[in-house]
Design a protein around this ligand. Structure first.
Ligand code: SAM
Length: 276
């Protein structure tokens, strides 16, 4: 009883994927929480910990959808900055206001703003993201760009970090996406991918299969009135390459020091690599 995405001709995949995300956009964030029981938040936090960005970082968040990764990125760099400033103020024991001001001034001057570009092929997802940014009061450091991961609308050597979270399994040509990631990163820049992967423990794997095949489309129907889109979701997870295979694809695209680590027993993995 599957939707038949497995047999969709390559030329039609992009169109189908577009329709899926167009139709789920409004419910996307609620569904993420429902289907993962909130755990997607922890996976996304883990991505930020792996990234550990410095202030001034330029991030390109591809397939960025409604902005989850970029919002976390801004929160992360801002909290790092605040922590460091507090530490410095404390180090100046009993500082006068003048001393505090003097110690902040050079940093404030040399302060490079951290920025994130959210890029997604789907206008509806970006629209929801923009509205969220407004509601959550992110006023600076964010821009929203419609674009295809396989053909990014950016010049070479532009970004310090490239992220793609739960996006790469939706594209038609993974190799093109990796090539483009490599092209737009600055030398020394880092590629980071958060994606569903393979559970290797046989018992856990059976439980996970049962959960996803039986329950996810039902949740999709009940919460979003959309069985098919969520059926697609489960199928796309099944067809995505395992940890090791995906690692060698990233290496083939020219990245160095490629590695991965599993989260939640391999339900999800974070792959990373550097452009030299
Ligand atoms: N990164 C967000 C997150 O973690 O919540 C959104 C992930 S969502 C599951 C997948 C996103 O990939 C959708 O917003 C979809 O529009 C986008 N997408 C699919 N194919 C794409 C492509 N070729 N280029 C850019 N984005 C694409």
């Amino acid at each position: 009883t599957h939707f038949g995405f497995e047999t969709v001709p390559e030329g039609q995949k992009a169109e189908r994927v577009y329709k899926v995300f167009e139709s789920v956009a409004q419910k996307y964030d609620v569904m993420n929480d429902a289907m993962s029981m909130g755990i997607h938040r922890l996976w996304k936090d883990a991505l930020l910990h792996t990234m550990n960005p410095l202030p001034g970082t330029r991030l390109l968040d591809v397939a960025g959808g409604t902005g989850d990764i970029s919002f976390r990125f801004l929160d992360y760099v801002h909290s790092q900055e605040a922590r460091r400033w507090r530490r410095e103020a404390r180090a100046l024991q009993t500082p006068s206001w003048k001393e505090i001001a003097d110690s902040y001034a050079p940093r404030a001057k040399g302060h490079r703003e951290s920025r994130a570009v959210v890029c997604d092929i789907n206008k509806e997802m970006l629209k929801v993201g923009r509205q969220r940014a407004k509601d959550l009061r992110y006023t600076t450091g964010l821009s929203w760009v419609v674009g295809d991961a396989e053909e990014l609308p950016f010049d070479d050597d532009q970004f310090d970090v490239y992220t793609i979270a739960f996006g790469i399994r939706n594209v038609t040509h993974i190799d093109k996406v990796l090539e483009e990631a490599h092209r737009v990163l600055k030398p020394g820049g880092r590629f980071l991918c958060l994606e569903f992967s393979r559970v290797s423990n046989p018992l856990l794997s059976r439980i996970y299969d049962a959960y996803s095949f039986q329950l996810i489309p039902v949740l999709g129907e009940v919460i979003a009135g959309d069985w098919k889109s969520y059926q697609y979701l489960v199928e796309s997870i099944r067809r995505f390459p395992d940890q090791e295979t995906f690692q060698s694809m990233i290496e083939e695209a020219g990245f160095f020091r490629v590695r991965y680590h599993n989260l939640t027993a391999g339900v999800v993995a974070i792959h990373s690599g550097f452009k030299l």
